[in-house]
Design a protein around this ligand. Structure first.
Ligand SMILES: Nc1nc2c(ncn2[C@@H]2O[C@H](COP(=O)(O)OP(=O)(O)O)[C@@H](O)[C@H]2O)c(=O)[nH]1
Ligand SMILES: [Mg+2]
Ligand SMILES: [Zn+2]
Length: 318
């Protein structure tokens, strides 16, 4: 009998395949994979031949076509990346956020941004927050959240605000995850593990200081695993997907990742305008007219200069 499932874990030649309605099968990959130089990946939708239904063992006999494939972490079929930042401890570093956004876009993976810990942000509207645990809108969005919302309004990336601690905004996050395989990314300490725990009852990632709790080495690599939140909904909370991947990108490519610039690109006086100090720049014009967020433009400028410096360094080395 052949059934289909999703590979959620791969350890020492065994593949763990989650089959809707029937649990997890421990499988080996059949020899054809070695012959064809194909290797099943976590995230692969696999066809398995059941060896024992009682013991839940089988063989992976084929893989469905992959939608995409990440190298770091090595995972297939990611539908979206949820970038998590926090409103406090640590404060949001929005340049870092843009780096993550660019890294995801360069891989062609849709991105969502989630801001956690809204429970520790002051409430500008002062209508008694935290009371009913209702969502952000009903209690008035804190001013700081509004500023971020405004800056990213035309970025083409959806923004969410929530608190894992109070549960505020979390129903919406569960909806956003539903039916998809989502990779979590973001700096450490923002609440990724807490988030994973919250959306899912029977899984418990270590929150906070991992090394202390499990008394194992700090550099121990956790194995890659897709966490099944519910049938068809998976989360990947594995470090690896990083913002550093914007390095060694041609600086001319940067404007592609600023969607709010797009209506003005090609309208500057100079062909190949970098939108920095050139005269008659349509992007800067839009900035002065308030059509482009000053914050986002600043990130662009910062990252452009950085790429330019890097280009100079690599040029010298040649
Ligand atoms: N105030 C507040 N603290 C939170 C919230 N979510 C997580 N934390 C705390 O933030 C710290 C880091 O959380 P953790 O999940 O380990 O972050 P990770 O490094 O991104 O996996 C822990 O001390 C959590 O208790 C939240 O919504 N509000
Ligand atoms: Mg963690
Ligand atoms: Zn320009």
């Amino acid at each position: 009998m052949t059934i289909q499932g999703k590979i959620t874990k791969a350890i020492a030649g065994f593949y763990y395949v989650n089959v809707v309605g029937s649990g997890i099968y421990e499988c080996k990959a059949r020899g054809i994979f070695r012959k064809e130089m194909r290797k099943p990946l976590v995230g692969d939708d696999a066809l398995i031949e059941v060896i024992s239904g009682a013991e839940k063992t089988g063989n992976v006999v084929d893989l469905l076509p992959r939608k995409n494939e990440l190298v770091r972490p090595p995972v297939a079929n990611i539908d979206q990346v949820l970038l998590i930042f926090s409103m406090r401890t640590p404060d949001p570093n929005l340049i870092l956020l843009d780096r993550f956004l660019i890294a995801a876009k360069r891989r062609g993976i849709p991105c969502l941004i989630g801001f956690n810990k809204v429970d520790i942000v002051g409430d500008s509207s002062g209508d008694g927050r935290g009371g009913s645990g209702s969502d952000l809108c009903s209690r008035g969005v804190p001013g700081e959240c509004m500023e971020i919302l405004a800056a990213y309004h035309d970025s083409g990336v959806p923004l969410y605000f929530f608190s894992v601690r109070t549960g505020e905004g979390m129903d919406e996050m569960r909806r956003v995850l539903r039916g998809k395989t989502t990779a979590l990314a973001g700096p450490s300490g923002v609440g990724k593990s807490s988030f994973t725990n919250a959306v899912q009852d029977n899984v418990h990632m270590e929150v906070g200081d991992i090394s202390k709790k499990l008394s194992r080495g700090k550099n121990t690599t956790r194995h890659l695993e897709l966490i099944c939140v519910e049938d068809g909904t998976f989360l990947c909370d594995t470090p690896g997907f990083s913002a550093l991947d914007t390095q060694s990108m041609p600086k001319e490519e940067l404007e592609e990742y600023y969607a709010e610039f797009h209506p003005y690109i090609g309208k500057c006086f100079y062909q190949g305008c970098a939108h920095l100090s050139e005269p008659d720049c349509a992007v800067k014009q839009a900035l002065h007219e308030g059509k482009i967020s000053a914050e986002r433009y600043e990130h662009y400028r910062y990252l452009y200069e950085e790429l330019k410096e890097e280009e100079k360094r690599t040029f010298k080395r040649r």
